[in-house]
Design a protein around this ligand. Sequence first.
Ligand SMILES: Nc1ncnc2c1ncn2[C@@H]1O[C@H](COP(=O)(O)OP(=O)(O)OP(=O)(O)O)[C@@H](O)[C@H]1O
Length: 517
Amino acid sequence: MSRLFRGVFIVWTVLRFGLDELVLSSFSKPWIRTLTRVVSVGRDLRSPRGARLREALESLGPIFVKFGQVMSTRRDLLPLDIANELARLQDRVPPFDSDVAIAIIEKAFGRPITQIFGSFERQPVASASIAQVHFATLPGGREVAVKVLRPNMLAAIEKDLALMHMMAGWVEGLSADGKRLKPREVIGEFDKYLHDELDLLREAANAAQLRRNMQNLNLVLIPEIVWDFCMPDVMVMQRMKGVPISQVERLRDAGVDMKKLARDGVTLFFTQVFRDGFFHADMHPGNIQVSLEPATFGRYISLDFGIVGTLTEVDKEYLAQNFSAFFQRDYKRVAELHIESGWVPADTRVDELEAAIRACCEPYFDRPLKEISLGMVLMRLFQTSRRFHVEIQPQLVLLQKTLLNIEGLGRELDPELDLWSTAKPFLETWMLEQVGPEKLLEQLKAEAPTYAKLLPGLPRLLQQYLKNQSGGNRRELQELLQEQKRTNRLLQSLIYGGLGFALGLLAMQLVLRIRVF
Ligand SMILES: Nc1ncnc2c1ncn2[C@@H]1O[C@H](COP(=O)(O)OP(=O)(O)OP(=O)(O)O)[C@@H](O)[C@H]1O
């Protein structure tokens, strides 16, 4: 029943804020248009459509606000005015009662709060739509931050998501424009995103992985997770002490080198993307601080690991090659890359794709290189690719959004920051590594266990297969078998040869040593 009320409330909100107008013209069924006009007589539609959408989402509550925030990054799908308005959405949710937070912690640990922590600050330091954070100390005195999920989040989310899925189905079925926005797919992604954010163990694991990856870089501090105190709805981590990155004046007065900080931000991001293929994807200023402690002065402090992006080798290669080709203005190469990767239909004409990419990228070269926004270039590239039916992978969209954040942050700290020259060495090193002997060895090592298992059984499998085959296939397979025998012989001679060579060297060393002594 409550779901029915919620559904009615959502439809009423859609009508009250005139959101039906956004897609109404494309609704194919005339009765829907007539019905909405009758129901919504006398409403005030003077504010711009983006503002109305933002207000509607705010009145629908935190889950819809989160949805708007996530959608604001989909500039490849939404018109600019709407995306800009959605980017203004903020979690303005009051903190929940500390007694409730304490009850959640006590339930998770099965004992009173006084037996869990040495001390616990009732007043939260921060509170957002999904969770809130309290400071505490462990029994040994270690200072920690405790993140607690809002109560009953799962039930509230499931209810709203079910309605969102239903509405997405309606929009997709009834509106021509609606189909283009792929509502069902978008809600599906949002569903996964929300469920990921609801599992604090997952967030803790992301933090631990990132901390390990960033350890030797000495550019960023990531809180250590106190695993013994982590549960799906409670996360306990080292308490960090820094100044929010937004307080630029304070950082400058304290003597922080802003130019270095801006460069470090880019270095961090590109290391995470190209070296590790694992990046923090929620880089808004609220999650970034700077340490002023003497031992770690001027280092970033990174918080909130609910959203991370992972990239495969193929994704990395796509990015590196596209960036390089773009900066050489080699649009033909960019087009070829899209076709080679099989992402655009094989019958796409390279010249057409090249022309579209040129039209999207060339305007950027009107300005100095340091003013070019890689995030914007990537976004335009994705938009162009969509016209050619390329499905852009969600992790690449996440990366493009993060890149925009990093650029914004970097230029805020140092308006002279030349993002490309800071990023270029990463791409060059990475691309060199991809073709170098070390990479080959690494790939061989990675594949070795598979081959070790596969090779001994291969002749038997082939022979079995041959028995059931005839004609051309049979011949091909016999050739394959011969080839395999030849390869085996070659491998054997290599191994024996190598062993012989190594023994020879050893013998020589021994002889030399004996002579020296
Ligand atoms: N380890 C920590 N040490 C010190 N302060 C922390 C720590 N973790 C979180 N905080 C504080 O709590 C705030 C909110 O944390 P976090 O961003 O992780 O929560 P959130 O609920 O995911 O918020 P949002 O979704 O709005 O980013 C941070 O901005 C910071 O002020």
